[in-house]
Design a binder for this molecule. Structure first.
Ligand SMILES: [Zn+2]
Length: 162
């Protein structure tokens, strides 16, 4: 699992780029997109229990699977007035999470993409867990996108004025 910073930046960047084209990707929905990108790693909360000596991590493995995250995202979406839209953006964010995780080499064997149909694990193994290049790269890319989106916003403001 790349760190949360990478997950947040990748989701923000993809959401912002899609926002150039689709107005549905506004800041509120991009926020949902980011939350969605963190949903699969809710499993990390179990680490807190680990510190307390309670070994729950095995029990929570299904949460780091597409189906497990889908259930969590659906529960989250109940808290929103526009439930369908919320679910759409949460799932989109989740998708970016698994895309990024799939690139990883994981000693534990990768992601249980097909759980509960199969316990097969999948990974592309392109990056190691300790490789911070992915974080650095995501910072550089998201900063570039940030500058571009700033420019676009300024241009739109000028258009409104004239
Ligand atoms: Zn993950």
């Amino acid at each position: 699992m790349p760190d949360w910073i990478a997950h947040i930046l990748v989701a923000w960047t993809i959401g912002t780029i899609l926002g150039f084209k689709f107005k549905q990707f506004n800041s509120a929905n991009i926020a949902l997109f980011i939350v969605g990108s963190l949903v699969p790693d809710i499993i990390k909360i179990t680490m807190l229990f680990g510190y307390l000596g309670i070994g729950l991590s095995k029990f929570f493995i299904p949460l780091h699977t597409p189906i497990g995250s889908l259930i969590i995202a659906t529960i989250f979406s109940f808290f929103f007035k526009e439930q369908r839209i919320a679910l759409f953006f949460l799932i989109g964010g989740m998708f970016t999470h698994y895309m990024l995780d799939l690139l990883l080499f994981d000693i534990n064997g990768g992601i249980y993409l097909l759980y509960p149909l199969s316990w097969n694990q999948y990974q592309l193994g392109l990056i190691t867990n300790y490789d911070f290049n992915i974080t650095v790269l995501s910072i550089i890319i998201s900063f570039t996108v940030y500058l571009i989106s700033n420019k676009i916003h300024k241009r739109q403001l000028l258009k409104h004025k004239t």
